[in-house]
Design a protein around this ligand. Structure first.
Ligand code: SF4
Length: 419
């Protein structure tokens, strides 16, 4: 449908069959509540070594405590099932990290067997595993595929020898090519590549060559993240000492816009700030999180979000597990919750809808926002929204609010003004 000013909203690639009615009006707050789709995130907090820019929950181990960790995650899965008594089928399962490809295929197979006993899976359940090239050997990948993993997300990061060395990754470009080949031989037809750009001194010409090399590997998904300096990382310390200089913001913005336009012309339109896929190949798992779906977070450093419905009472809860592997294992051994669990206030839930939903090209569901605060975002932030719309950085129709392509380069600022 057309928006009030006649512009056409971007299609919502994942709306069909997922309970998001693109033509729906904002419902009154008393509308019956259907709990959102449920998915599962399992974190593997092990890495061969720590990358200088990384602030993810991961640790380098000379020898990973795989058996103890596998058992603790198994126990946590059972606890979640008992506590939630939730019989919603899982729409996706995501093995993220860290480096899940450091795990033996038997560990992943054991977790998947247990998950299938605890929850029904939706038909075509998306099961993704993140792999790094240095550990993505053919036998491992074939083992994950045989266990039921149907999508691989490969942390290639760069297809330029010098840039890859600059990121201090333990693999080289040949390792990426080998890993993709091993994945195909291992039975994966769905392979996504994660890339990092906007590294010091990077120009469009060089980055475009990397994108061309990436597309030549025939992935069905690309995640392109800009290098950011996170507090507390070695990269931040180097910046403080003057030995690392990030790319200038203007150059970063230029690369961001050219990347989106270039990939869209090659059949990989952006469906989120950093994610690109041919229509129909978008990752269900991440999109569900941006659409404020529910996901259980299992394992050290994992986060989760779920909806509790009891009569007229509906609330959002969140969990954040201990980041350190040792703390997680000890808590599980003592039979304690392996981290914090808390209730999200309605105002906070509404802000989260904005923060997550406006990342998507298709935008945020207005009805979801209204559910938490009993009012529409356009009533609560009307003046700000109209100002943004006047300059072409925000758009809406009856069902959704989104940031048009022209505004995406300043998405963080726009979201901060509306959340
Ligand atoms: S491999 Fe990934 S998770 Fe591990 S340290 Fe590097 S960026 Fe972080």
């Amino acid at each position: 449908m057309s928006s009030p000013n006649g512009s056409t909203p971007p299609a919502d690639p994942t709306a069909a069959g997922e309970g998001v009615a693109a033509e729906a009006s904002v419902p009154p707050r008393s509308a019956p509540f259907a709990p959102p789709t449920l998915s599962l995130y399992l974190h593997t907090p092990f890495c061969q070594r720590k990358c200088p820019y990384c602030d993810f929950g991961s640790q380098a181990f000379a020898r990973i405590p795989e058996a103890a960790y596998a058992a603790a995650v198994g126990r946590e899965l059972e606890v979640w099932r008992e506590t939630l008594r939730d019989s919603r089928p899982l729409s996706s399962i995501f093995f993220g990290g860290g480096t899940p490809s450091l795990l033996a295929p038997e560990t992943v197979a054991g977790w998947l067997d247990l998950i299938r006993r605890l929850w029904p899976l939706q038909p075509g359940c998306e099961i993704t595993l993140e792999a790094n090239p240095e550990s993505a050997t053919w036998d491992r990948l074939a083992g994950y595929r045989a266990a039921g993993v149907n999508r691989l997300s490969l942390g290639a990061q760069s297809l330029d020898k010098a840039r890859l060395a600059g990121l201090e990754r333990p693999h080289d470009v040949v390792g990426i090519l080998r890993a993709v080949e091993a994945a195909r031989r291992g039975g994966f037809s769905s392979i996504g590549l994660d890339l990092i750009y906007a590294t010091p001194g990077q120009r469009w010409k060089g980055w475009r060559r990397e994108l061309e090399a990436a597309l030549a590997l025939e992935p069905d998904h690309l995640s392109c993240y800009q290098l950011t300096v996170e507090e507390g990382t070695p990269l931040a310390a180097r910046q403080g000492r003057g030995t690392f200089t990030p790319l200038k913001p203007g150059r970063q913005a230029q690369l961001f816009q050219r990347t989106r336009a270039w990939l869209a012309r090659r059949g990989f339109p952006p469906y989120e700030i950093s994610n690109f896929a041919p229509p129909g190949r978008e990752r269900r798992h991440n999109d569900l999180i941006w659409r404020y779906g529910d996901y259980l977070g299992v394992g050290a450093a994992a986060h989760g979000k779920w909806t509790v419905c009891g009569g007229a009472r509906v609330e959002i809860r969140r969990s954040a597990n201990h980041r350190r592997v040792e703390d997680y294992l000890q808590a599980m051994a003592r039979g304690e919750p392996p981290g914090e669990r808390w209730r999200v206030a309605p105002e906070e839930a509404a802000a989260e809808c904005v923060i997550l939903g406006l990342r998507r090209a298709a935008g945020m569901d207005r009805a979801e926002y209204a559910r938490w605060v009993g009012g529409d975002l356009l009533s609560r932030r009307g003046e700000e929204a109209r100002r943004l719309r006047e300059v072409g950085w925000l758009e809406w129709n009856e069902a959704r609010i989104w940031i048009p392509e022209a505004g995406m380069v300043r998405a963080d600022g726009i979201i901060a003004r509306l959340a």
